[in-house]
Structure formats: C-alpha cells, structure tokens
Write a new protein. Structure first.
Length: 293
C-alpha cells in the first residue's frame, strides 16, 4: 500500500547532505525495493519508508565529513542510505551527489543518477568504435532511450526493440525500431545485421534477453542492466559508477545535449502512486519524474 504521511525532517549523518527536493526521478528500482526483492540496497530501513533513489534539489544542511558541497548549492544525486526522494526533504549521500551546472534544469538533473549515468556506464563498458552496431533490447524506457541517444551521438548504428507505443520516441532519436508485438525480434534483427551485433544492451531481461543474446558476435559484449543472470549467457552485468565525478560528467553531457533525457511525464507529489504505477506496469515511454517543490 502507498500512502502519504508526515515525518520529521531527516537529519544528515556523516557524509550526507539534507536537501529540499525539487524533482525526484521514478525508476523500476523503486517498485523492486518496495517488493523487498533487493532489500538493503537503500540502507535496509524497515517499512513503512519513503520510496525513490534519485533527486535534484537544494542543500539545506550538511553532516560531518562532507566536502565540496555547501548549504544553498543546487545538487543532484543518490539517496543510498534509505532517505527516499518522494518527499519534500531527504538526505543524499555526499560522495554520490554533485552540483547542478548552470544552465541545466533540476528536472533533467533528477533523471541522471539512475538513467543517464547508467547509459554512460554501459556504453563506456562496451567501448565500441564509430560505425559499430548495437542492439538496445527494451529501448523505450528512460534508460533505453538515454542509451540510444548517447549511442547515436557516438556514431553507432542503433537498433532497438520495444512495444508499438515506444516506436515514436525511439525513431525520433535515430533508432531502427523492431516492434516485438508485431515482428519476430530475432529474425528481424538478423535481417538488419546478418553478421551479428558488435554489442547488445539488455534492459528487458528474462526470456527476451535469452532471445537476443545469441545475436551478439561476442557474448562478452552482451551487457545487462537488470538481469543478473547474464553471466550464464557469457555476458556481463553493467558496472555502475555512482561517484560524484561520473555524475558531473553525465551532467556536462546533458548540458551539451549528448545525454538529453526523453521526459514524457511530470507528476506532482500528490500523484506519486500513479507515477510509480506507470513505470511498474511497463507503460512508461521515456522518463517519469515527480515535481515536488
């Protein structure tokens, strides 16, 4: 059950900053945490607790041993110790929080810790040269579209799979789209890239991952973002870098337009359950955020 309740303002601990939340990103990880499937990732706090792993806002207070961030700074980052970001205030882990560069909106910044920086990480991990082919399996969500846009910017040939509703946003970026509701994905992909893909980024997992994994020239270049069984197929799980340096890099890419997120829904905090439900049921195309302030 999801409900709203009043809580005392969190107190930042060692290595944390208290922020006034402007915008919170909504991610599949949020409902997985709610389900208990990844207990401990956000501090292992007992229920009831506030959901949300990423946010942008303004620093209100600092805990001990916080460097590089000051009260009044506009920042974005991860709530890794269980503070939750679907709230008016929360605590972020200072080493995993960065200043928002001038000219970048809080709405865009709030999408970067999970979706944007994951896209950077997975493409850095693949390290494909210009002209290489990459299949983005599950291209229509926030991470998938970020991967696709960044890959196109790196002059990769991008093919993406998704449902019919995800086609428009993917094709607008420059993706050759395969509709899994209307086509045999493996057959369509082989027709487009007969010799196999240089890299595959999987965001769907499960049976879908097992369908596309054999399409890679080298199984080691199958990178999964959500399905940790990918090593069974010879592939690898994404290596996330959640430090401030990588957040700053992602923000500069966003400022330059290389990592422009496709934000398709902005919900008020009062509509947070509907925002999460949209992501949970797989109907979200692009990135969903919650406007708090």
């Amino acid at each position: 059950m999801q409900e709203f309740f009043d809580r005392p303002a969190p107190v930042p601990g060692r290595g944390e900053v208290l922020i006034q939340v402007d915008v919170a990103g909504v991610n599949p990880l949020d409902h997985l945490l709610r389900s208990g499937l990844v207990d401990g990732l956000d501090g292992g706090r007992p229920f009831p607790r506030v959901l949300g792993m990423e946010a942008a806002g303004t620093v209100l207070a600092r805990g001990e041993d916080v460097n590089g961030l000051q009260v009044g700074d506009a920042v974005f980052g991860f709530a890794l110790t269980g503070g939750g970001t679907y709230a008016e205030t929360t605590v972020l882990s200072a080493p995993n929080t960065a200043r928002i560069p001038e000219g970048l909106s809080a709405t865009v910044a709030a999408t970067l810790p999970v979706a944007g920086a994951t896209a950077v990480d997975v493409l850095d991990q693949l390290s494909l040269p210009a002209g290489a082919t990459v299949l983005v399996n599950g291209v229509g969500g926030g991470v998938g579209l970020a991967v696709a846009r960044l890959a196109v910017g790196r002059e990769l040939r991008v093919i993406g799979t998704g449902s019919t509703a995800k086609r428009e946003h993917a094709e607008a970026i420059g993706v050759r789209f395969i509709d899994y509701t209307a086509e045999d994905v493996a057959a369509a992909a082989r027709e487009l890239v007969p010799d196999g893909f240089d890299g595959i980024v999987d965001l769907a997992g499960g049976t879908s991952l097992r369908t596309v994994a054999p399409l890679a020239q080298d199984p080691r270049n199958v990178i999964a973002v959500g399905d940790m069984s990918v090593p069974d197929l010879g592939g690898r799980f994404v290596e996330r870098r959640v430090d401030r340096k990588n957040l700053e890099r992602s923000a500069l890419m966003a400022l330059d337009g290389l990592l422009a997120p496709v934000i398709t829904a902005v919900h008020p905090l009062s509509d947070a359950p509907a925002a999460l439900a949209t992501v949970e049921n797989g109907h979200a195309s692009g990135k969903v955020v919650i406007k708090v302030a």
